[in-house]
Design a protein around this ligand. Structure first.
Ligand SMILES: C=C(O[C@H]1C=CC=C(C(=O)O)[C@@H]1O)C(=O)O
Length: 342
């Protein structure tokens, strides 16, 4: 599979390699020509790669060749010290301040604000992906390539939605604290409220589409060097509900956009200093195992790889209680996830 991926990169042919959280199997979806396909309504078969902007088309890698293999994780001792760069601090703090002002005016309840960090790289995409698989066994780890889209990889902790036999699973994931050895996180009111907003939003959005819907209590989950708060959400879809409607209800969730969605999207578009493209979009298997079965993840803790440069994307949820300096530190901490594999 690795040779095939290497050859596809050389020949400019699209593919996706991925490993689901806590699994050992690696899957490869390879397309045998370089056509840029899109998914119209998520009934197609393949690997989907969708941008943040829900109005734009989702890219589809057609499964001309599907390969499976296993990957034995070697726990690479992390000897590396990650040096963090303070450039971009002023601009990010201003962005967060503007977000808080907008919330105080009552136009928004929450908004997720992000930035891009560019770093030089010397490793190949496959070397980076191998380190990523070794470093983050609990995440959804992927390497995506399309000559017209670029090369992306990531280790995301967030499921957008899994559907099988009309049974749906998703999650409300928000709030961040750094991981400290042998210590449980001590969540403050800001974080608890931030995650509750996401749970309530998902509940409201899905309620009318489900026969049954359960939202579990929030629990602390570890994602690399970070802690998050997560509630598992599960339900049974109404018989005639289409997958497209479920995705429309869920993407973009307030874990990556905000509340209300449209106003938060407009604020992000007008105020972030770059284009998110595929960061905070979603990706994964579409009808590959059976029609109506999918396994999609939110594109977080990710980066776009170019020949000598990687663009790492990091953001955080802003509420009225946010402190700009802490939000800056949070994005610095989040950047360590990808910096650690370069
Ligand atoms: C937007 C990101 O994280 C989201 C997911 C979990 C926790 C988040 C937070 O604490 O703000 C964010 O909502 C990111 O990692 O770039």
């Amino acid at each position: 599979m690795w040779d095939r991926a290497e050859a596809s990169l050389e020949e400019g042919l699209p593919f996706a390699l991925y490993r689901k959280p806590d699994e050992i199997e690696i899957h490869g979806v390879f397309q045998s020509n370089n056509t840029l396909h899109h998914s119209k309504d998520f009934t197609e078969k393949g690997f989907v790669f969708a941008p943040f902007n829900s109005e734009s088309n989702a890219v589809l890698i057609q499964p001309d060749n599907v390969l499976e293999g296993s990957f034995r994780t070697e726990n690479e001792p992390s000897t590396k010290t990650i040096s963090l760069d303070e450039s971009g601090k002023g601009a990010h703090i201003d962005l967060v301040r503007n977000g808080i002002k907008e919330i105080e005016k009552g136009r928004l309840q929450k908004v997720v604000l992000s930035r891009k960090i560019e770093v030089p790289i010397s490793k190949s995409p496959l070397e980076i992906f191998e380190t990523l698989l070794n470093t983050y066994p609990n995440a959804f780890g992927y390497l995506f390539y399309h000559p017209e889209v670029g090369t992306w990889c990531g280790a995301t902790p967030e499921t957008l939605v899994k559907i099988k036999d009309k049974k749906l699973q998703t999650m409300s994931l928000a709030a961040t604290l750094p991981y400290v050895d042998n210590k449980k996180p001590d969540w403050g009111d800001k974080e608890i409220e931030e995650q509750q907003m996401v749970s309530e939003y998902i509940g409201d959005k899905l309620a009318h589409t489900m026969e049954r819907l359960e939202i579990d209590e929030a629990e602390s989950v570890r994602a690399g060097n970070l802690w998050h708060l997560r509630s598992e959400v599960s339900g049974t879809m109404l018989p005639n509900l289409k997958v497209k409607e479920v995705i429309k209800a869920l993407h973009p969730t307030p874990a990556v956009c905000g509340i209300p969605t449209k106003e938060a999207q407009q604020f992000i578009q007008a105020n972030e200093n770059y284009q998110r493209t595929f960061y905070t979009g979603f990706l994964g298997e579409l009808n590959l195992r059976a029609q109506g079965e999918l396994s999609l993840f939110v594109n977080l803790r990710c980066m776009q790889l170019e020949t000598d440069i990687a663009s790492i994307f990091v953001g955080g949820g802003i509420t009225e209680a946010s402190d700009p300096e802490s939000e800056w530190i949070e994005t610095q901490n989040k950047s360590k996830t990808m910096l650690g594999v370069l």
